[in-house]
Design a protein around this ligand. Structure first.
Ligand SMILES: Cc1ncc(COP(=O)(O)O)c(C=O)c1O
Ligand SMILES: N[C@@H](CCCC[NH3+])C(=O)O
Length: 421
């Protein structure tokens, strides 16, 4: 459930007309709902009521400081994958004690900062990484609390580009080597082993791969304990899908049941890293129709948003429901069109043959479910300024990232001396 609904013939974000934001801030623009963010965070955490669980929002899904602060106030922790994300999480008021650090390529300088501020846990993804982490921590006179991310070789049944738990993927340590790697890491001076971590992919719409992965983790925890490791935490990652196209994925409660049935009685702290589930449906991307053009074979609705603003359709064939901001008259007949952006690539296509109510230049449309992996993946391709972001709260809204001036983009470059003359 989200808070973007038609009322009085037009789309509202909570109690604010979307057309008002589009007119005042300009388009394209991301619009987030505080109420949806809060609702989704609370529904997920309440699914684990009574369990010793820490919900670490995956900052990569949406790293806007105002979004992070909204979640921080509800008690969220953070899963970060870079120094930048770590600094954002801290700046938003998420305590270091609730931050876990994931990712296959952590650099020593990133480890240093994380140790300095005292994060909860490093999710270590390889043997070379654990050696570097031990060295960095020892040099600082500290000990890094770690879990190894294990690769359970489970098919997440999601898009290949966001599937992370197969043996062929770059993530985690190989399942069959885990026991040896834990044994060796336990001897390192800067390392304190705390747990086991797994994350098998994103936008999972079936619970079975989770169940398989979690059961493998349970077996590993039992084996590691029998080998003398004090395993007190299990990090089960994120990955639960959201309804993009009307198909309803499993609920957080049924996901929690799978997790608790598998891992619940091990006496461990349970860590979760949901991203998309919290922010996905809490955001829309609003765009203006620039032209409607009849091609030789197809009709094109050309928007002022492009693949640089929302890359999911181009990159993952992602489906986003597209609604007109003016509520369509129920009796109107839909017309199929390709919905495209102005970028000079055929891949700059949001939807092909999509049935839409008739639209004309100047109309606003909204891409649903654009709160996750939307603004964070935006680029300035075609020298288009980064898309601005707005946060609605009840009957008011704030611009939480302004559209940069084009001049700022030009100023990023410098001309070397030899070209000046
Ligand atoms: C390590 C890790 N944790 C959490 C997430 C968040 O995933 P999602 O947004 O699907 O919940 C990801 C992205 O897939 C990830 O790589
Ligand atoms: N960017 C991807 C999800 C990546 C998940 C990252 N671990 C998407 O938009 O679906």
């Amino acid at each position: 459930m989200d808070h973007f609904n038609y009322r009085n013939g037009e789309l509202y974000a909570e109690d604010v007309p979307v057309a008002k934001i589009a007119a005042e801030v300009g388009t394209p623009v991301y619009v987030y709902s505080t109420a949806t963010l809060e609702r989704h965070f609370n529904v997920f955490s309440q699914a684990f009521d009574g369990a010793n669980a820490l919900v670490c929002f995956a900052v990569k899904a949406n790293s806007n400081l105002a979004v992070l602060k909204t979640l921080a106030r509800l008690g969220a922790g953070a899963d970060v994958v870079s120094e930048g994300e770590l600094r954002r999480a801290l700046a938003a008021g998420i305590p270091a004690s609730k931050i876990v650090f994931s990712g296959v390529g952590k650099k020593p300088s990133e480890m240093e900062l994380a140790l300095e501020v005292g994060i909860h846990q490093f999710n270590v993804e390889s043997e070379p990484e654990v050696h570097v982490l031990s060295d960095v921590a020892s040099r600082m006179g500290k000990t890094a609390q770690i879990a190894f991310r294990v690769n359970p070789d489970v098919d997440a049944k999601t898009h290949a580009k966001i599937s992370t738990g197969k043996a062929e993927n770059k993530f985690g340590v190989p399942w069959q080597d885990a026991s040896r790697i834990y044994g060796e890491a336990a001897k390192l001076p800067g390392i304190e082993i705390k747990g086991v971590d797994v994350h098998i992919g994103s936008q999972l719409t079936d619970l079975e791969p989770f169940a398989n992965a979690f059961d493998r983790v349970r077996e590993l925890v039992q084996q590691l304990r029998s080998e003398g490791h004090d395993i007190t935490r299990v990090d089960l990652g994120g990955g639960l899908g959201i309804p993009y196209d009307g198909n309803i994925p499993p609920s957080p409660v049924s996901y929690a049941n799978v997790a608790l049935n598998s891992i619940g009685n091990l006496g461990c702290q349970l860590i979760f890293e949901p991203g998309r589930l919290i922010v996905g449906n809490a955001g829309i991307l609003v765009s203006e129709v620039v032209y409607v053009k009849q091609g030789a074979e197809r009709k094109f609705v050309i928007l002022d948003a492009a693949m640089n603003d929302l890359v999911r359709p181009a990159m993952y064939d992602g489906y986003h429901q597209i609604d007109t901001v003016r509520e369509p008259d129920g009796s109107v007949s839909l017309e199929a069109a390709d919905v495209v952006g102005p970028v000079c690539e055929t891949g700059d296509t949001f939807a092909r043959g999509r049935d839409l109510p008739p639209v004309a230049a100047g109309d606003f449309v909204a891409f649903r479910s654009a709160g996750a992996y939307g603004a964070v993946m935006a680029s300035t391709y075609n020298t288009r300024p980064l898309v601005p972001e707005v946060l609605v709260n009840g009957d008011h809204y704030a611009v939480i990232r302004a559209r940069p001036e084009l001049d700022a983009l030009l100023e990023l470059d410098t001309i070397p001396d030899w070209l000046e003359s």
